[in-house]
Write a protein that binds this ligand. Sequence first.
Ligand SMILES: [Zn+2]
Length: 141
Amino acid sequence: MLVALPNDKYFVKFRRPVRVDETLTVVLRARLRTRGVSIPEGWQLFVTDTKRGRTSYKSKTVTVPTWAMETDPDGKPNEEYQIYYACHEIAHVYTPNRKGDVHGSDFMRNFIRVCPEEFLHYELGYKPRLAAAAGIRKNER
Ligand SMILES: [Zn+2]
């Protein structure tokens, strides 16, 4: 039987990230579920009080920063932007190749697969050239 002790590899593999915001983590997980976005099997998603989001292959965690839950690029709380941000990080889970540009065509293909279509356009605000090359267009609603 595998026992998770503090110094065990198993424990290290599934350790939680630092500065987790429990409340916002619950909120974001629920919002993703509502929008039909799945957290990859064996992975965990957290909202953390950090400068940026992160995908850690070592601890199998995806993090979204608290600021992304509070403001979008226009400075307003925006549920759509929160979903987009999580989808961007989840796309990294499926694109572990670190050679070259981590936001290249393989990444964009996975991002398009993971993210609800109506939120894809937020990627243009982060990686405009690469997102446009992948066929992502401005929101025309
Ligand atoms: Zn990224």
